[in-house]
Ligand binder design. Sequence first.
Ligand SMILES: C[S@@+](CC[C@H](N)C(=O)[O-])C[C@H]1O[C@@H](n2cnc3c(N)ncnc32)[C@H](O)[C@@H]1O
Length: 198
Amino acid sequence: MPIYIDFLSGKVAYRAKRANRRNELLARAINISPKENPLIVDATAGLGRDSFILATLGYEVILLERSPELYTLLADALNRAKTNPDTAPIIERMTLIHTDAKEWLVAKKYPRQPDVIYLDPMFPERKKSASVKKEMLILQELLGTDSDSAMLFEVAIDCAKRRVVVKRPRLAENITARAPDYTLKGNSSRFDIYLAKT
Ligand SMILES: C[S@@+](CC[C@H](N)C(=O)[O-])C[C@H]1O[C@@H](n2cnc3c(N)ncnc32)[C@H](O)[C@@H]1O
């Protein structure tokens, strides 16, 4: 079965067409207007869906992905979407980098300090229920789980100017021992918000 990422049709395109800052829980978790021109670093880009939605809403996003396979799929999808007049202006706000986010953040390779760092590491699914989406199962088989996510969080909270947003399955334990400042709950997942140290 061929695998590719597509921002032009299917579920992500459908979601992007309807997205606004009220119905996208991630945008509410970020809670900064794109008009303020915040820099968002998506440190776990994966299939790029969340980043594409954020860029659709007008945010500038840097996508970091360490898996060579995922990076290649993402680069291909971005190149295709760049040539479509509807998606080209969105893709202009997205910059993809092949790197381990921990190293990139520690080395301060960013063009300016990220306002928000977004983390959605692979999480071990307990059961192969119908609610576990097919694409997540394929990703899990390819990548396993991101067992260094607590370390990534520690680096992220030191770098973020305003907040770190962490996506978790609704009932999962926190990414780290520190409790979030607050949480927004969706149907199957939640966003834990950690305010930056001042
Ligand atoms: C669950 S997926 C993210 C899904 C993504 N939010 C989306 O909307 O498609 C997690 C991804 O993060 C990547 N990842 C995990 N830790 C990373 C790190 N330290 N640096 C870069 N990429 C990382 C994994 O390779 C995987 O592709």
